[in-house]
Ligand binder design. Sequence first.
Ligand SMILES: O=P(O)(O)OC[C@H]1O[C@@H](O)[C@@H](O)[C@@H](O)[C@@H]1O
Length: 553
Amino acid sequence: MPPANTLPAWAELQTHRENVGKNFVLKEAFASDKDRFEKFSRTFSSAGVSADIIFDFSKNFLTGETLDLLLKLAQQAGVERKRDAMFAGEKINFTEKRAVLHTALRNVGGWEMKVDGKDVMNCSRGVNDVLKHMKEFSDQVRSGEWKGFSGKKLNTIVNIGIGGSDLGPVMVTEALRYYGANDMTLHFVSNIDGTHMAEALKHSNPDTTLFLVASKTFTTAETCTNANTAKHWFLEKTGGKGDIAKHFVALSTNEAEVTKFGIDSRNMFGFESWVGGRYSVWSAIGLSVVIYIGFDNFHKFLSGAHAMDKHFREAPLKHNIPIIGGLLSVWYSDFFQAQTHLVAPFDQYLHRFPAYLQQLSMESNGKSISSDGSSVKYTTGPILFGEPCTNAQHSFFQLVHQGTKLIPTDFILSAKSHNPISGNQHQKMLASNYFAQAEALMVGKTDDQVKAEGTPDDLTPHKRFLGNRPTTSILVGGTIGPAELGALIVYYEHLTFVEGAVWDVNSFDQWGVELGKVLAKKILKELDEPGDGEGHDNSTVGLIGVFKKYANS
Ligand SMILES: O=P(O)(O)OC[C@H]1O[C@@H](O)[C@@H](O)[C@@H](O)[C@@H]1O
């Protein structure tokens, strides 16, 4: 594909940015068009979700012409063709020669989905078989039919995994805590820092603990080390009487390594290499979620996700919500030099959502090489960050309101709270902040307004808000249940897809995480050898020496 910045629509967007975008004043756009909200908001409605989800794009630097030009860019960049290739199981992960078919994992609509001519839904050990196994196993654990070695019901789940084998399950179990089993304690151990495992095991009872070793490759250093530590703890605490088969299961694609670790392959929940780690919460990697919220709720989670897949696959571009979200990100990144994307959920249950999206977005599009192997000449993946509001308002929102950077921001709110305590007062205050932040970021506060409050002249500039900061408001028209959460995640998955398709990078590999791993392996050996390491720069040698001196003193 020709580089994105050589596509005709790119040049048109550049001219449009000079003529319109640069001088675009959001509050004036609203003043001159009373239908702006209707024009630029989209409603996601589907039988797959229990509530509509409104995506209000109207507080963005967007005119009808901008949208047309962005859609033209999407067409010229082949976004639809690439999307269809993904759903068709083509090997669009071209550096690893793999299909990208996580959409099959939530294919509750019965689409035909094939890789290399094989029906991945109905083949032996395919998607439907694994789901069935997950249902049976989770029902047994939840009901107590599955017992630990001493005959007790299991009530503690320790998921051992990192990256995609951790962030999805953590985020989703937190987001759906309202639906979670009250008699179950969940721990997610990811960090190689022994503190993480030690704290999880501190109050755990080996008789009632189930370990889920989650690793696509089953070779990740942190996970293998943590899993071995857990195994030793379990065997030691049970005086060798503990039955690994009753307390350890594996969620992986690598049967050979799973068996080598000592987990019976009957206790393995598999998936295929066409599921990327950051897209794996829908697969066997989601077993902790299923055990916690029950299979029926997990099925709703898949249904909401599938509904958004269907929308992305079938809705015309102009109404296609992830397409618009992705193109807006390109618009800000490449034509306004925005470097970031802030996602702030007004929802405490979603407190790990931004962390999850960080891997999704930055591991997917933090790339600078395009499909022909050349370096891109434009900005790609934004730095995604976020925290739940209203907390974030009292920490870094100072910079969002008055700093020097343009920070396109998404706000997320549900109309109804799962916890409408104090006569729903909390929810109303939360909602009022959700509306107020988007409005404040847009309208700002002029010097005249500041002065009219009696502010002395020397303070006026400090209290000025320039405003004109773009936001997208996402409003779930009910509570955020499993289906709505599924749809929200998939909105961001496909938004990320659209960005990567325009930028012509491979959104599905992650070579950038490798170098550090290799060096750490070499240095680990050196820490046990005499000397301060071989072939390092002077700083690294110095630091290793100091570490050894203090660590061994
Ligand atoms: O699930 P495993 O194979 O342990 O990988 C865990 C994580 O490792 C990282 O280095 C990345 O490759 C992530 O994409 C991946 O999710």
